[in-house]
Design a protein around this ligand. Structure first.
Ligand SMILES: Cc1ncc(COP(=O)(O)O)c(C=O)c1O
Length: 388
């Protein structure tokens, strides 16, 4: 039976030439980006500085709402930024580490940039507690929950782990944090667009991610959801004129904060990236994350089955409910294999402690998965590397 999601393939030019299994890193570009960026250039060329009041100034908030619809976030609760590291910095700038409650709890499975950022907050008084993985695939939820105590200020945590695609138990982590009075910053970079995310059902304090992977939105746009009750009272010290009640009055002196989402923004926005982000966000909404998730569970299971048949190590959870959109396969000589796959226009990546990461998305055919694994067979055979 024909897979209905394959009707979107023609929207992605790169799929005509390439076996594109790398949406965990950079999603394929939708054809609509050409028109979107042309619209940006035409507006700049013809309207000049008037473009700001005719749309550009508000664009960050509009794209925030479009992303908010995918997150089931209320209107005006999502601000846009350049990257996730900046989103963490905006959150941290709302917090005070000088009191007894100054502990930051996370795991070594977080994305390193997020880790580097919070480690650096030690200089501001943060006490960092890192919970280590036992197996390089999962997060020890029990130990993580135990570490979240009355002195914990914030728990920055990935929803889906970039290395292994393990799905963290966000609900349990958020419930425990709230029981002891701590905030959770949920990094949904590897979840939004491939598994359902509902910030209201989770009752999470902050959620952030970028659009360039599963949302096919290109580099330069990240989003930060702030729960509306917090959005009204938090005061980010990483701030600027976009967060002012009257930005165009150019008042001297301290900031007078406006409401979200602009309250959490700061300087001049990343207008070209906001344009390139829109077509991908729209397509993901049209396709529907539930359908994407169903297909992803089936195709990631297929990859695991093909790897198992060959005796290759799979560094991704086998239980579909705990697995995001990526399968990490550590076949013999996996780094070399990755290089050769790239040479053959089969786009994947390789990460230490993970192996070759393959990420089918809604536009991937089953034949492409078979072709990728078949290519690995051939590479290993030609190199005479043992497969077990
Ligand atoms: C879970 C996760 N968080 C964050 C990032 C990147 O952070 P930034 O947007 O700051 O580059 C990535 C990958 O690039 C990621 O997989």
């Amino acid at each position: 039976m024909q897979d209905p999601l394959l009707r979107y393939r023609s929207e992605f030019p790169i799929l005509e030439r390439t076996n594109y299994l790398i949406s965990n890193s950079l999603g394929a570009m939708p054809r609509g980006v050409y028109a979107s960026l042309k619209n940006y250039a035409d507006t700049w060329a013809t309207r000049g500085v008037r473009a700001w009041e005719e749309g550009w100034w508000m664009l960050g908030a509009e794209v925030g709402d479009e992303l908010g619809a995918l997150l089931n976030a209320p209107k005006s609760s999502v601000s846009t930024h350049q990257n996730v590291t900046t989103c963490q910095a905006v959150v941290a700038s709302c917090l005070d580490f000088s009191g007894k409650r100054n502990k930051v709890v996370y795991t070594d499975m977080n994305f390193p940039s997020v880790m580097y950022f919070w480690e650096a907050q030690r200089a501001r008084g943060a006490r960092v507690h890192m919970v280590k993985t036992d197996d390089g695939i999962t997060v020890p939820t029990g130990r993580l929950l135990d570490a979240i105590d009355e002195q914990t200020l914030v728990v920055p945590i990935s929803h889906v782990i970039f290395r292994s695609a393990y799905i963290n138990d966000a609900k349990a982590i958020i419930e425990k944090a709230h029981r002891v009075g701590a905030y959770v910053v949920l990094d949904t970079f590897q979840s939004l667009g491939t598994i359902p995310v509902d910030v209201q059902a989770l009752n999470v304090d902050f959620a952030c991610g970028g659009v360039l992977k599963w949302l096919c939105g290109g580099p330069g746009v990240a989003y930060l959801y702030v729960r509306p009750d917090l959005g009204q009272k938090l005061e980010p010290r990483l701030t600027g004129w976009a967060a002012h009640q009257q930005p165009f009055n150019f008042e001297v002196g301290p900031i007078r904060y406006t409401d979200p989402p602009f309250r959490f923004m700061n300087g001049t926005p990343h207008t070209p990236s906001l344009h390139s982000a829109r077509p991908g966000i729209k397509i993901i909404g049209d396709v529907g994350v539930e359908s994407i998730r169903e297909k992803s569970k089936r195709q990631t299971a297929k990859l695991i089955e093909l790897a198992d048949q060959r005796g290759w190590r799979v560094n991704t959870p086998r239980v579909p409910e705990k697995r995001g959109g990526t399968v990490a396969i550590d076949m013999p000589d996996s780094q070399e294999v990755c290089r050769e796959l790239l040479r053959r226009d089969i786009l994947v990546d390789w990460r230490p402690q993970a192996g070759v990461r393959m990420s089918p998305h809604f536009y991937t055919t089953d034949e492409e998965l078979e072709a990728a694994i078949g290519a690995v067979d051939e590479i290993l055979k030609n190199r005479s590397v043992p497969t077990r």
